[in-house]
Ligand binder design. Structure first.
Ligand code: MLT
Ligand code: MN
Ligand code: ZN
Length: 306
């Protein structure tokens, strides 16, 4: 299976337009060793021709334009190699790119019923998009881990939902009161090779299924939002802990590094990295310690073969 990292940053991207934290300032002024990153999205393919877009970022237009794999076929006057979209939640950074796809609708979108509910009520993107050639055709993802599904064009790959402990967006009726389905990770198995990718960009605490899937995975793309749980408070940007927003910290006890270190996975990759996260500075001790522990930091344009 082919995996493209279209955007490796969390909401806001790196640098964030209104942020002058040491990372954003350092990147703008060329004073730190770091790569800019767009907002959270990946694409997967079994044949390298048809791609499933997983999460649709506000930066989708730029992401498609910089990845020839996603450009229309040479012989068509208009078209797309994106055969389906899968959403893991109803967050702004994972859904507003759907608006960018309007010229190419209809397209199938796969998400849980509660995500579809958010996207037709409190953040009604699905409703708005109905005005473009009928809009998105929604297919329900069941929250039962055993209910496998194959998005259109992804024949050869089997998807399974992994319910994640996280939070729902601020505009959701499920904010601070989540139900299974507000956030899912995806276990994607290549039917031919048996290789497994696990994608979980927002996870506050690892449940048993998360651990089981990590044990079976060859590549894990995991929540790398914040280095420390108090990071946004320490910067004076928010009064919320990372865990209030649904993200476990990368560092420390109960963090993503400690979790990943429990498993013998070929490729462990942090993704959905917030611009305040110290690991973005490649001269930082945080980044060096990550590398020493065999954990990679996703970047835009990274390509992974699983
Ligand atoms: C989150 O995952 O909490 C988001 O990145 C928030 C956002 O998109 O603003
Ligand atoms: Mn996010
Ligand atoms: Zn910043």
């Amino acid at each position: 299976m082919h995996v493209l990292i279209l955007g490796a940053a969390a909401g806001g991207g790196f640098p964030q337009w209104n942020c002058h934290c040491p990372n954003c300032k350092g990147l703008r002024e060329g004073k730190i060793k770091a790569k800019g990153r767009t907002q959270s999205s990946i694409a997967v393919s079994s044949d390298g021709k048809n791609w499933v877009l997983i999460n649709a970022s506000p930066d989708l237009r730029e992401q498609i334009n910089s990845h020839p794999q996603l450009w229309p076929d040479a012989h068509v006057s208009r078209g797309t190699r994106i055969s389906a979209i899968v959403l893991t939640d109803s967050q702004i950074d994972h859904t507003t790119g759907l608006l960018t796809l309007r010229e190419g609708l209809p397209l199938p979108v796969y998400c849980t019923d509660v995500v579809a509910e958010d996207l037709t009520t409190s953040f009604p993107l699905f409703t708005v998009l109905k005005h473009w050639h009928g809009g998105l055709q929604q297919h329900s993802i069941n929250t039962d881990y055993h209910k496998r599904f194959v998005p259109k064009g992804a024949e050869g790959l089997t998807f399974q939902p992994v319910v994640l402990e996280s939070n729902a967006p601020p505009y959701s009726t499920y904010r601070d009161n989540i139900v299974p389905g507000n956030n899912i990770g995806l276990k994607i198995t290549d039917d031919t090779t048996g290789k497994v990718l696990f994608y979980a960009p927002g996870c506050m605490q690892a449940n048993d299924t998360v651990k089981q899937v990590m044990r079976e995975s060859h590549c894990v793309l995991f929540d790398g939002t914040l280095w420390a749980n108090e990071e946004m408070i320490d910067h004076g940007f928010s009064n919320k802990l990372g865990t209030d927003m649904g993200h476990m910290p990368v560092n420390g006890k109960g963090g993503a590094i400690a979790l990943l270190n429990e498993f013998n996975v070929e490729r462990k990759v942090l993704i959905h990295i917030n611009n305040t996260n110290r690991v973005l500075d490649e001269d930082s001790s945080a980044y060096h310690s990550l590398c020493e522990q065999g954990i990679e930091l996703a970047y835009d344009g990274m390509e992974i073969e699983v």
